[in-house]
Design a protein around this ligand. Structure first.
Ligand SMILES: [Zn+2]
Ligand SMILES: [Zn+2]
Length: 364
């Protein structure tokens, strides 16, 4: 499907402007001029009622339609994978954008705060902390393409919960008991302290508010990696506008709402389980049943900013991600087997030397 490419030309020189992280502006790299991004303030209505949307969840499923855009920078036909909103032109790097196509458009945007330079610094520091990291990795950080700025969709959920529970509270106490022990080959009676639990039946209620519980709405990055980037400063979200996305890769949700909600529910349940244990108190707890009411359930599907690096090492692919608001970094760590090998050899040599010294000088 051919669609119109949205670009934001500079009023001064006509080149395509990009969103400048940490600001409220589009910036022109050529003439240096800035253009404010004026969006209406975010209203509470960006959060939709969950129940009604879950009923017709089928109609909200992602629409995987590929698009072809004419790049106004170089004239090339640029194809977008399904569920892509924006990407730089692969030939001339002009920031290309297209209108979202999913039934639920992005609710809001959390704009980038950390720019490319700052992200490189975070990445370099992280690698520096990896004593076993291969040297090739340190050199990779300095290349321009090492980090890619992406806006990824998340489902965020709100809920007011009230849970009624039944169980037993266990309080520990100690009793002195006499035992027969064998000491130096002789059987002797000894006094010992023994831990016992006194169980009391309990029932009660706890409540908890969940706000903006984030669940990855995309498979573009492993979900374990994305959950490691929490918390998200969702209070800083702004109204959705393509201008925030200019110059970054940006994607729509590919995981259905009900899948995201299922995941959110199991997280909420485990938080509630812990609340119940704490509410029962005592030294040990038995839980017979928890009955939870979920009220005022709402959701939204905002875009959150991430710096990503994907690199190959030793025939394997690794991905790291940085929360582009907080600077939190997560990822798998490759190890240099040579560095580990030499460390082990060094330790063995030190141990060997110590043993030799002890034998020759310490043993008299
Ligand atoms: Zn300009
Ligand atoms: Zn181009």
């Amino acid at each position: 499907m051919h669609v119109k490419a949205e670009v934001f030309p500079c009023p001064g020189c006509g080149s395509a402007m990009r969103y400048a992280p940490g600001t409220e502006n589009l910036h022109c790299d050529y003439c240096g001029s800035d253009q404010p991004i004026d969006v209406p303030p975010l209203t509470p209505e960006v959060k939709r009622e969950l129940a009604s949307c879950l009923v017709q969840a089928q109609s909200c499923h992602p629409r995987e339609i590929g698009k072809v855009l004419d790049c106004p920078g170089c004239g090339a036909d640029v194809s977008f994978e399904p569920l892509t909103i924006g990407e730089p032109c692969p030939y001339c790097r002009t920031p290309l954008l297209s209108e979202p196509g999913n039934p639920l458009p992005p609710s809001a945007v959390l704009p980038f705060v950390i720019d490319h330079k700052a992200a490189q610094k975070i990445f370099r520091k992280w690698i520096g902390n990896l004593w076993f990291a291969p040297g090739a990795l340190s050199r990779l950080v300095d290349t321009e393409k090492a980090l890619e700025g992406l806006y990824l969709p998340f489902w965020i959920f709100d809920a007011e919960t009230r849970s009624y529970y039944e169980g037993e509270r266990g309080d520990a106490y100690y009793v002195t008991v006499e035992r027969i022990r064998t000491i130096n080959g002789r059987e002797v009676p000894v006094q010992e302290q023994e831990r016992r639990i006194r169980w009391t039946p309990v029932s009660g209620a706890t409540s908890r508010s969940f706000r903006d519980l984030p669940i990855a709405a995309t498979d573009a990055l492993p979900s374990g990696l994305l959950s490691g980037l929490q918390p998200w400063a969702s209070g800083r979200m702004r109204s959705f506008d393509l201008r925030w996305l200019s110059g970054f890769g940006s994607y729509e949700y590919s995981r259905p709402l009900e899948v995201g909600y299922q995941e959110a529910r199991s997280i909420m349940e485990s938080v509630i389980d812990n609340d119940v244990l704490r509410s029962i108190g005592g030294d040990e707890q038995r839980v017979y049943g928890i009955d939870t009411r979920y009220d005022e359930e709402r959701f939204a599907v905002p875009l959150f900013p991430i710096w990503r690096s994907t690199f190959r090492y030793g025939g394997r692919e690794y991905t790291i991600a940085i929360n582009a608001v907080s600077g939190q970094i997560t990822g798998e760590r490759p190890y240099s087997y040579w560095k580990i090998f030499f460390l082990i050899v060094t330790i063995l040599m030190i141990l060997g030397t110590a043993a030799w010294l002890y034998q020759h000088y310490g043993g008299y």
